[in-house]
Write a protein of this length. Sequence first.
Length: 154
Amino acid sequence: MLVVFSSLQKIVKSIDTMVESHVNSGFLSTHLRYGIQNEKLYNYIIVLNDQKRKMCNLKVIVENALDCLPQTQRELLCLRYIEKKTFQEISELTSVCIRTVFRRYDSAIENFERALKHAGYTEKWIEGEYGDMAIIKTIKERLKNSTYLTKTNI
């Protein structure tokens, strides 16, 4: 969720661009030349708007969970996910040894997950709400093949 949260602005802008493109296609009837019926075009625009709603909800969910954390943990997660700092950079910025950064990171992630669960956002709920979105699937797949979130990526 934090990785998606860090990319929300780009994701929402991408959705807005797709909606605008499809709306313009409807006005110009471009879609009809490609054999796409009006109903299919309108349904896709509705799906895109629903995805944008979900992204706005995710922003609120993550912000609320972050607000439940102590300031140092919130700052650590923001440095790691939003500012995309390495653990070494976080260590240098906070003047804390890297082992302490790792321990604090583990604790921050646990507390973040606890805050989500406490608010009713279980892993099952998150997967049900967001798992079918293409952009989320793409991010999850990229993370599987990445070392960005591992502690060895200093």
